[in-house]
Ligand binder design. Structure first.
Ligand code: NAD
Length: 377
């Protein structure tokens, strides 16, 4: 780790406001002279907080706090017996495997006393990282299958959940999934499985991007061939079954459904007016700014918010924590997302509020009910 100057996360602490929900607890941890971490346990009224560990050199306390709040809302909306939390580890960008293991084990020991926080994988951490934490303190989700984990990215839990949302919209006649034209930004764990699951339901995947480029075919891309091309070449560039288009054109591509499954803030008020999709299924976290969501709602574009659309991952993690296997976890994803999406659609029809506000209202109702029964949060 030579050359790493170290970043004291407290020096870059962004301002954030505590409110009636949380945070319940914030811990700043120094794992060694050069690596610091923060854990935000936002709200535990419904149960111990599940949340990923993000390892990035520039992770900030404010970002971790916002993500922890998103987990509170997501878990409450899915009626999970869990609260929301998140952790960030500000580690050097080029940690080798031995240093990664050392940092993760140190992180595990440092959070041993934070019994209300159950860590899982996020950007920069993996199933293996969680195995090290679990080995130290017996508490983590997103474990390798050999340790009883349900490998949610490999199995496509979040992509499956997105497709279940699309099923509910199709059954409610909001859209006809069979033949619907879908554009997907990101072809990783979420985007790749979403493409597969939506194509299986008869949708046409007309455009897909990854970090390096994009491919399109108005007759529908062959998703299995595209996955094979990506596995062989490392990306979707040069896929012979589509034409190359500029990467960011996928966001405003002519389609019925847009699935952002890569980065935050890809739709802003700058490009919201150019969105042609009638439905957006938010696979990534906060892919659309609040102002852009409001603008899209006014134009009649239905945005199914991240807290519902991408909740397959946390539902799967909660099932794993309980000791459930793959089949049970996927049944639960289907049941929970169906219930919540159905209720959301009903409520959206009866109000002028955008779907995100309605989803937050649903989560808040559950949180308030639970908080009224708790003496200490
Ligand atoms: P991943 O790393 O497996 O895949 C990300 C994909 O996005 C890659 O194909 C990458 O090339 C692409 N990408 C990155 N920047 C891009 C850009 N500017 N334009 C186009 N493509 C770009 O990550 P993932 O697990 O699929 O997660 C994607 C998003 O979904 C993240 O925001 C993540 O926080 C969120 N999310 C993931 C899960 C999960 O279960 N994995 C659950 C909930 C939310």
């Amino acid at each position: 780790m030579a050359g790493w100057a170290g970043v004291a996360m407290t020096e870059r602490l962004e301002r954030w406001e505590a409110d009636e929900l949380g945070p319940a607890k914030v811990a700043f941890l120094r794992l060694d002279a050069r690596v610091s971490a923060i854990v935000v346990i936002d709200n535990v009224a419904l149960g111990p907080a599940i949340g990923g560990v993000r390892m990035r050199p520039d992770v900030t306390a404010g970002e971790v706090a916002r993500l922890a709040r998103a987990m509170t809302v997501k878990s409450a909306l899915a009626r999970l017996p869990h609260g929301g939390g998140k952790a960030g580890i500000a580690a050097p960008p080029t940690l080798g495997p031995a240093d990664h293991e050392r940092v993760m084990r140190a992180f595990g020991l440092a959070i041993e006393h934070l019994v209300d926080y159950i860590p899982g994988p996020d950007m920069g951490t993996s199933e293996t990282s969680m195995a090290y934490v679990h080995d130290e303190i017996g508490r983590a989700v997103g474990l390798p299958a050999v340790l009883g984990g349900v490998p949610l990215d490999e199995l496509g839990a979040t992509g499956f959940g997105l497709a279940v949302c699309a099923d509910v919209l199709s059954e409610a006649k909001v859209l006809d999934l069979c033949g619907a034209r879908v554009a997907v930004q990101g072809f990783g764990a979420v985007g790749g499985h979403a493409c597969r699951a939506l194509a299986e339901r008869g949708a046409l995947i007309v455009a897909v991007s990854d970090i390096k480029g994009a491919t399109a075919n108005t007759d529908g891309l062959d998703v299995a061939a595209l996955l094979a091309h990506k596995n062989a070449s490392g990306g979707i560039a040069g896929f012979p079954g589509g034409i190359t288009v500029p990467r960011d054109d996928v966001v405003t591509f002519d389609c019925d459904i847009f699935v952002p499954a890569a980065q935050p803030d890809v739709v802003t008020t700058d490009n919201a007016g150019k969105i042609s999709a009638r439905v957006i299924l938010e696979g990534a976290n906060i892919p659309i700014t609040r102002q852009a969501e409001a603008e899209l709602a006014e134009r009649g574009v239905l945005c199914i918010p991240d807290v519902l659309a991408n909740s397959g991952g946390v539902i799967c993690a909660a099932a794993e924590y309980r000791g459930a296997g793959h089949g049970e976890a996927f049944t639960e994803i289907e049941e929970k997302i169906r219930d919540t999406a159905g209720e959301l659609l009903d409520r959206v029809e009866r109000t002028t509020l955008p779907p995100r506000a309605v989803a937050e209202q649903m989560a808040l109702e559950r949180l308030h009910e639970a908080m009224a029964l708790r003496r200490r949060l």
